[in-house]
Design a protein around this ligand. Structure first.
Ligand SMILES: NC(=O)c1ccc[n+]([C@@H]2O[C@H](COP(=O)([O-])OP(=O)(O)OC[C@H]3O[C@@H](n4cnc5c(N)ncnc54)[C@H](OP(=O)(O)O)[C@@H]3O)[C@@H](O)[C@H]2O)c1
Length: 348
């Protein structure tokens, strides 16, 4: 009988790694080689398995994200991999050898590389049931979908609306709405997206390209008592939502997919007690105490294969990462593109 060797393999860490690097915030990337970084106090070195391209990465590469690092810099907000070296500290040492979902730290390079050093506090050890592939997609969208749904439910809103609803995050909100029996109005921009969400069982789907869109929005909000609208688009969409909401309603802006300024007369804010505020995952996470943070990450991992699953359109090697940005941006609804530095994802 063959005995399986369960001891973790000792990995040799090279001195040079491949990465994608940004020279300035005009968005131009280069495929480069650079030294593998060393983890300092409280940090770990992760051998990257996979890292997605998200809309937030585009904001980062234009210098418009919540964090702006000195250039040159490796972008990539999130990913997954195995901890192969630990700096000093209890948590880094505890993470040694573990498969983790990870986010890049403010002070260091990002995930689009063969190796990344980050704070141990930005790593979540993955449950056995979670693949490195879904783990790579765990921190940005599933956490945000969970957070936004939590905000809506705690705010005692009877129903909510969401824009760009065919997005990965939008589909998570759809499934969470179904799980919690919570009415959600899904707003998309074309018929194929209406069909996609209807096939997932969505009841209320509006197409912003429809000439009657504003009327439909007002009527649906009224019928379902929608008092909260989540907006990933900005530009004119935010104004449409504000106009359609009842007195006292609010818009939470959580993205800027249209890359345009919010358009509103402002009068609904003045005369109808309506409001706009922003949502940034990092701020929401820092508002949680340690216990709630732990239960949240556990609940999210348990749902990663179902409600919080992300569809992956392609897995591509690092050297094709630059072309992949364009492919992804050309039709984001098709699913995420994962940058896979080792060319394939090895679970151990
Ligand atoms: N604030 C935070 O902390 C936070 C955290 C996580 C995510 N987010 C935001 O959540 C949003 C969704 O992210 P994701 O990764 O789930 O997206 P995704 O899966 O890449 O999908 C993006 C979706 O938006 C649609 N879209 C793109 N530009 C649009 C526009 N101008 N008007 C209407 N629809 C548009 C795309 O449709 P097409 O296929 O037609 O292009 C696609 O369905 C993004 O804005 C992201 O920045 C924010």
């Amino acid at each position: 009988m063959l005995m399986e060797n369960t001891r973790p393999k000792k990995r040799t860490i090279p001195s040079i790694m491949r990465a994608l690097e940004l020279d300035d915030y005009k968005g131009q990337l280069r495929h480069i080689e650079k030294p593998v970084p060393h983890p300092g106090m409280g940090e770990v070195l992760i051998q990257m398995a996979a890292a997605p391209i998200n809309p937030g990465d585009f904001l980062f590469m234009r210098g418009e994200y919540g964090v702006k690092k000195p250039v040159p810099v490796v972008p990539g907000l999130e990913g997954s991999g195995t901890v192969v070296a630990a700096g000093s500290g209890l948590v880094p040492r505890w993470l040694m050898g573990k498969r983790v979902a990870c986010a890049s730290s403010k002070e260091r390079d990002g995930t689009w590389a063969e190796y990344m050093v980050t704070s141990a506090m930005l790593c979540v050890p993955l449950l056995k049931s979670v693949s490195l592939e879904q783990g790579a997609l765990m921190l940005v969208n599933p956490m945000s979908a969970w957070a936004l749904m939590d905000i809506a439910r705690r705010g005692k809103h009877k129903a909510l609306a969401n824009t760009a609803s065919a997005s990965a995050l939008g589909r998570m909100i759809l499934r969470l709405g179904q799980r919690f029996n919570y009415p959600v109005v899904h707003i998309v921009r074309r018929q194929a997206q209406v069909d996609l969400l209807r096939n997932m069982g969505a009841e209320y789907v509006l197409n912003s390209g429809d000439p009657e869109f504003d009327k439909q929005l007002r009527e649906t909000f009224h019928a379902l008592d929608v008092t909260l609208a989540l907006d990933a688009i900005a530009g004119e969409m935010t104004g449409h939502l504000l106009d359609a909401l009842p007195r006292g309603g609010s818009v939470i802006l959580y993205g800027g997919l249209s890359s345009t300024t919010v358009v509103t007369s402002g009068l609904p804010l003045v005369f109808d007690k309506k409001s706009i505020c922003g949502f940034y995952l990092i701020d929401w996470l820092s508002s949680l105490n340690v216990m709630r943070l732990m239960t949240t990450t556990f609940s999210i991992q348990r749902l990663l294969a179902t409600d919080l699953q992300t569809s992956v359109r392609a897995r591509i090697p690092l050297e094709h990462g630059i072309a992949a940005l364009e492919t992804y941006a050309s039709e984001m609804t098709q699913g995420k593109i994962l940058i896979v530095p080792g060319n394939h994802i090895t679970e151990r």
